[in-house]
Design a protein around this ligand. Structure first.
Ligand SMILES: [Fe+2]
Ligand SMILES: [Fe+2]
Length: 142
């Protein structure tokens, strides 16, 4: 038995329950996809997991975008662009998966994991901190 591919401790906890839950789901799906590639399950199943992963990434990004709007987060534009770049990577990765070469699929998933961990640690964490500060000083809680 090997260690989980995307370990929960690698995905920084931002202290925001909903966003953290979404990130956890993303990590879980990456693990499922990793296992599927590793066990050479049917490509259709790998594609299904990729689709689910992409859906969760979109759900998470939309929650963050909504939060940034509500909180008037100053760097909305650049965060938004980072999300768009993420969708492009996911789209490119879908093509890699479809080619059905295990090495390339695993390598691509590693790159995707690094991208997501970096984004959460650097950019999402700023949104979560801003949200915390914004809501401490707000008159009415949401
Ligand atoms: Fe995120
Ligand atoms: Fe984000």
């Amino acid at each position: 038995m090997w260690a989980a591919f995307a370990k929960p401790e690698d995905f920084p906890n931002l202290g925001h329950e909903a966003i953290d839950d979404e990130h956890e789901n993303i990590a879980r799906l990456m693990n499922e996809l990793h296992d599927a590639i590793h066990h050479r399950v049917a490509l259709s199943e790998q594609r299904r997991l990729h689709h689910e992963l992409e859906t969760y990434v979109r759900v998470n990004n939309r929650s963050e975008e909504q939060m940034m709007e509500t909180d008037s987060y100053p760097n909305r534009e650049s965060h938004h662009k980072a999300h768009e770049a993420m969708y492009r990577k996911l789209y490119e990765y879908e093509k890699v998966l479809q080619a059905g070469r295990e090495d390339a699929s695993l390598q691509g998933l590693h790159a995707l994991r690094e991208l997501l961990i970096r984004h959460i640690a650097q950019e999402d964490s700023r949104v979560a901190s801003w949200h915390r500060i914004h809501n401490i000083s707000a008159d009415s809680p949401d």
